[in-house]
Design a protein around this ligand. Structure first.
Ligand code: FAD
Length: 506
C-alpha cells in the first residue's frame, strides 16, 4: 500500500469480544465466496458463533480451486480462472493477511500487454504510479492512444471520468451506457479496446450493456483515482492451496463450522428477530442473524423461496438483479511449451471471441510442476460475453497469436461455461439491493450488492462482506473492522470543478 491518499473508514467502537455479552450471538453466512469468507471472518473474530454454508465442495466461489485427475490418476489442479489481485484491493488483502501477513501467496505480474486486432501492443510496464502522470506517460508511448487523441478528447464531457466521486458519479452517469459515453467524449476509436479490455470487459458485458458510471468508477479505482498503479499480483498456487485452505484453518481456529456441498433452500424469520435456515440436507440452523453472500441467481432463488423475508420493494429489487452474459474459461495442458517470450497474461482485443490468454507455469506452482515434468505448457483462454458454445473460435485465435501452439497436442483440457457474474446495466444502480435490508438481522454481501464506495469485483465482494459483518457487530455492541478504499473523490481539484457542471442528469 503506497497511496498516501487512500481513505481509511474507521471501525465502529464496541466490545472487543462477544464473551462480554450475556449470550453469544449466532450467525449463519450463506455462500463461501470472497464476500462470505470476509463476513464469516469479521464475525468470528469478534466471538460470534458462525456457520458458513456453501453449495459447492470448495471455498472461494468464483475464485474457487480444486483438483481433478487425468486418465492415469495424476492430479490436474483446476480453478474458476485467472484472477488479477490489484494493489488497491485493500479489504481483500486485509482478509488474506489474516493467514499470510506478508502476502507471500501473491506475486507481481510486472506487465500485461494488450494486443489489438491490428497487432498493436500497449503495455503497463514501468508507468509512473501517480495520476495524472500515469495517464500522460501511457498516452505518450501508446501506439493506440496518442497525445493527439488526448487533445481531441472533449475535456468538459470527459471531466467526470477524471474526477469521479463515489457515489455521486452514479447520479451523473448511471443512466448512460459505457459505449455511448465513450463516443460522446470523443474517446479515440482505435483505443476503445483499452477502456473495454481493461475495464468494461472485466464486467463480462458488452459496453452497450454496461453503466457508464461503473466504467468511470473502474477508471477511478485502477487508473486516475489511485496511485497504487495498474500492476497486479497473481496467486502463486492454485486458489485452494494458496488462499482458501489456510483461511479455512484460520476459520476453524475461530470455531466457524463450515458446511461444504450444502445448499440453502430457504430462510424463515422467527419470533424475536431470529431465523431458521433450511438446507437441502434437511438440516435446520437457528441463528440471530443471517448473511446472504450469494451470486445473483443464488440470492434470487433463496429470497424467492423465503416469502417471510423483507418487504415487497426490497424483494422486487432482489428479483430485478440480472447476470451478465455467459463466459468461457478453457484450460489446456499442451505437450510442448509456448515461446519463452510469451507473457504470463496477454489481453486481446479484436480477436473475438478471445479476451485473454494466460500461461500458468509462469506464476502458478502446480502448473509449473506439470509443465516441467511433461515439457509442456498450461494455457488458459477466457472469452467473455460469449455468443457461442464452441471453443473453436478462441482456439483459432490462440493459434494465430501463439503459432507454436497450432502444432501442440492437447493432452488434457477443461472447459467451464458459466454465467454467474452480475450485470450492471445502465440505470440500475438505485434499484440494486444494498448491504442493509429492511429485515433486522438480515444483511447482504457480494459483488452484485450496491455499496456507495469506490470498489469493484473481488474488492467489492470483500468490502461488502466486511460491511455486512460490521453492521451485525454494531447491533450487538461489538467493535467493527476498519476498512480502506481508494479516495472517494477525484484527486484533482481543477478536474473536479470542471466536472461539477457536467453530466448531471437533467
Ligand atoms: C473468469 C473470471 C475472472 C475474473 N477475474 C477477476 C479479476 O481478475 N479481478 C477481479 O477483481 N475480479 C475478477 N472476477 C470477479 C470475481 O471473481 C468476483 O467479483 C468475486 O469472486 C465475487 O465474489 P462473491 O463472494 O461476491 O461471489 P461468489 O464467488 O459467486 O460466491 C457466492 C457463493 O454462493 C454460493 N451459493 C450460491 N447459492 C447458494 C445456496 N443456495 N446455498 C449455499 N451456497 C450458495 C456459490 O456456490 C458461491 O460459492 C472474475 C470472475 C470470473 C468468473
Amino acid at each position: 500500500m503506497t497511496d498516501r491518499r487512500r481513505q481509511i473508514h474507521p471501525a465502529r467502537p464496541g466490545l472487543p469480544d462477544a464473551s462480554g455479552l450475556g449470550s453469544r450471538p449466532r450467525a449463519v453466512v450463506v455462500g463461501a465466496g470472497i464476500a462470505g469468507l470476509a463476513a464469516a471472518t469479521g464475525l468470528a473474530e469478534r466471538g460470534v458463533a458462525v456457520d458458513l454454508v456453501e453449495r459447492q465442495q470448495y471455498l472461494g466461489g468464483r475464485v474457487g480451486g480444486w483438483t481433478e485427475h487425468d486418465g492415469e490418476g495424476a492430479p490436474l489442479p483446476m480453478n474458476r480462472g485467472f484472477h488479477a489481485f490489484f494493489r488497491q484491493y485493500y479489504n481483500l488483502r486485509a482478509l488474506l493477511r489474516r493467514v499470510d501477513p506478508k502476502l507471500r501467496m501473491l506475486a507481481a505480474v510486472e506487465d500485461y500487454p494488450l494486443i489489438d486486432g491490428a497487432g498493436r501492443r500497449d503495455t503497463f510496464r514501468g508507468l509512473p504510479q501517480t495520476p495524472p502522470w500515469n495517464a500522460l506517460a501511457f498516452a505518450l508511448r501508446s501506439p493506440t492512444f496518442r497525445l493527439a487523441d488526448l487533445a481531441r478528447l472533449d475535456m468538459r464531457a470527459a471531466a467526470p471520468l477524471a474526477a469521479v466521486s463515489v457515489p455521486e458519479i452514479y447520479q451523473r452517469l448511471d443512466h448512460v451506457d459505457a459505449d455511448t459515453f465513450l463516443k460522446d467524449i470523443n474517446f479515440p476509436e482505435s483505443a476503445r479496446h483499452l477502456a473495454f479490455e481493461v475495464f468494461s470487459r472485466s464486467f463480462f458485458a458488452e459496453p452497450a450493456q454496461l453503466s457508464a458510471a461503473e466504467l468511470a468508477t473502474m477508471f477511478h479505482i485502477y487508473f486516475l483515482g489511485s496511485s497504487e498503479g495498474l500492476i497486479f499480483d497473481v496467486a502463486t498456487a492454485n486458489f485452494d492451496a494458496g488462499l482458501w485452505d489456510p483461511l479455512a484453518a484460520h476459520l476453524g481456529d475461530l470455531g466457524v463450522r463450515v458446511h461444504l456441498g450444502t445448499q440453502v433452500s430457504g430462510v424463515d424469520p422467527v419470533a424475536a428477530e431470529g431465523f431458521t435456515v433450511h438446507t437441502d440436507a434437511s438440516e435446520r440452523l437457528d441463528a440471530d442473524a443471517v448473511v446472504l453472500a450469494l451470486d445473483v441467481d443464488g440470492l434470487r432463488h433463496v429470497v424467492d423461496a423465503s416469502p417471510g423475508l423483507g418487504d415487497e420493494p426490497w424483494r422486487s429489487r432482489v428479483s430485478g438483479l440480472r447476470t451478465a452474459p455467459p463466459f468461457v474459461v478453457h484450460r489446456l495442458w499442451l505437450d510442448r511449451p509456448v515461446g519463452a517470450d510469451r507473457p504470463a497474461f496477454l489481453g486481446t482485443a479484436g480477436h473475438e471471441p478471445l479476451d485473454n490468454i494466460s500461461v500458468l507455469e509462469r506464476y502458478e506452482r502446480e502448473a509449473a510442476d506439470w509443465a516441467r515434468r511433461n515439457r509442456g505448457s498450461v494455457v488458459e483462454l477466457h472469452s467473455y460475453a460469449a455468443r457461442s458454445e464452441s471453443t473453436a473460435g478462441a482456439m483459432a485465435q490462440l493459434h494465430a497469436l501463439y503459432p507454436e501452439t497450432a502444432a501442440a497436442r492437447v493432452r488434457h483440457e477443461r472447459v467451464l461455461r458459466r454465467n454467474d457474474c452480475p450485470l450492471f446495466a445502465p440505470g440500475t444502480y438505485q434499484c440494486r439491493p444494498a448491504v442493509v435490508t429492511p429485515q433486522p438481522g438480515l444483511v447482504l454481501a457480494g459483488d452484485g450488492i450496491r455499496v456507495d464506495l469506490p470498489v469493484a469485483l473481488m474488492e467489492r465482494a470483500a468490502t461488502t462482506g466486511w460491511l455486512a459483518a460490521n453492521h451485525l457487530l454494531g447491533r450487538w455492541g461489538l467493535a467493527g473492522h476498519r476498512l480502506c478504499t481508494v479516495p472517494t473523490r477525484g484527486r484533482s481539484a481543477v478536474l473536479r470543478s470542471l466536472a461539477a457542471g457536467r453530466g448531471r442528469r437533467p
